[in-house]
Ligand binder design. Structure first.
Ligand code: ZN
Length: 297
C-alpha cells in the first residue's frame, strides 16, 4: 500500500480526524540514517506525528516536531510540508534498547521520560507559531496528545506506531488523530477515548492493509466520516547543492581552506536526510568567487 494521509470530519465538523500510513517513508528514513529498531520506531512515530500535525498545511507552510528528551536517542526532529514531504533525524541513530516487558520497542526509554515536546508551525506569517509541553512518557503518541490538549486546548485522541521486522526493516508505520472541537457534544471526548481503547494497535491495522480512511472509520464507530482530503506522503528533503553553498559560505573561507588542506575536500552532510555533498578545491573556489561577486554587486 502507498503512503497516504487522509483527513476528514465527523459529527457536523466538531470532530477533526486524520490518519496516515507512512511505512515506506519510515523505511526510507531508516535506510538513510542507518537507524537501529528502537531509533527507527522513534523516528517513524515522529514522522507520523509531523504528518498529522501538518494535515491542513497549505502552500509553503511547514510543521516541525522536536522531541527533546533525556534518553540515549538525543534530540529527535521531524518535519512535514503541505505537499506531503516528510523528513527527520535522530541524533544517535544507533540507539537500540531491549524490548519492554510488553515486548514492545522501548521508544519511551530511548527518547527519555523527561524533556520537552516542541512544535513549530511556520504558516508563512512574520513569526512561526511555537508551542511546547513537558514529555508525558516519551512514547510520542501520548506526548502529542498532551501537546494538543495543553498547548492548543483541543481534547485529542492520538495513536502512533511503528513495527520493525527481525531483519530491522519497517513493516508498518502509521497513526491516527481525532480532535474534539468547540461545539461538540459533551460526551464526545469520552466516546472517542473509549473507541480508541477498543481499537487494534495502529501497527496491526497498517500491517493488515488498512487504509487511513478505514482506520478512521474503525476509530469513529457510529460517527460517519466525511473525507475532506487525501494526500500522498513520502520521505523527501529540501536540501540541495545551492543550500550547501550557503552552508559553505557561512563556514567561511578560512575554515573551508583548512578542510581542503587537511582532508583534500569539504564534505557537508544534510542532517535531515543524510545526503553527502562533497566539494573539491575548484568547487570551493567557485562558491566563494560567486559569493563575493554577489556581495560586491
Ligand atoms: Zn537533506
Amino acid at each position: 500500500m502507498h503512503d497516504m494521509l487522509v483527513r476528514g470530519t465527523a459529527a457536523d465538523g466538531t470532530v477533526l480526524a486524520c490518519a496516515v500510513v507512512a511505512t515506506h517513508a519510515t523505511e526510507e528514513a531508516r535506510q538513510r540514517h542507518g537507524t537501529l529498531p528502537t531509533a527507527t520506531a522513534a523516528l517513524g512515530r515522529a514522522l507520523v506525528a509531523a504528518a498529522m500535525l501538518g494535515a491542513t498545511l497549505k502552500g509553503r507552510q511547514t510543521v516541525m516536531v522536536r522531541v527533546l528528551g533525556d534518553g540515549p536517542l538525543g534530540p529527535l526532529v521531524s518535519e512535514s510540508t503541505a505537499d506531503g514531504a516528510l523528513r527527520g533525524y535522530v541524533t544517535y541513530p544507533r540507539t537500540d534498547l531491549p524490548p519492554t516487558s510488553a515486548r514492545k520497542l522501548d521508544v519511551g526509554g530511548a527518547v527519555g521520560r523527561r524533556g520537552i515536546f516542541h512544535v513549530t508551525r511556520d504558516l508563512g506569517l512574520r513569526d512561526p507559531y511555537q508551542g511546547s509541553v513537558p514529555l508525558v512518557s516519551g512514547e510520542i503518541g501520548e506526548d502529542l496528545a498532551a501537546y494538543l490538549v495543553q498547548s492548543e486546548q483541543v481534547p485529542s485522541v492520538v495513536a502512533v506506531g511503528v513495527l520493525v521486522s527481525p531483519e530491522e526493516r519497517v513493516l508498518a508505520s502509521g497513526g491516527l488523530m481525532l480532535q474534539v472541537m468547540p461545539g461538540a457534544p459533551p460526551w464526545m471526548p469520552a466516546y472517542l477515548e473509549e473507541r480508541a481503547r477498543a481499537l487494534p494497535a495502529v501497527t496491526q491495522m497498517v500491517r493488515g492493509g488498512a487504509t487511513p480512511d478505514e482506520m478512521l472509520r474503525m476509530a469513529l464507530g457510529d460517527l460517519p466520516l466525511a473525507v475532506r482530503e487525501e494526500r500522498p506522503v513520502r520521505f523527501a528533503c529540501r536540501c540541495s547543492p545551492r543550500k550547501v553553498e550557503d552552508v559553505l559560505v557561512a563556514l567561511g573561507r578560512a575554515e573551508a581552506d583548512r578542510l581542503l588542506r587537511e582532508e583534500g575536500r569539504v564534505e557537508v552532510q544534510c542532517r535531515f536526510c543524510g545526503e553527502r555533498y562533497v566539494l573539491g578545491a575548484p568547487e570551493v573556489a567557485a562558491v566563494f568567487e560567486a559569493s563575493s561577486a554577489r556581495d560586491g554587486a
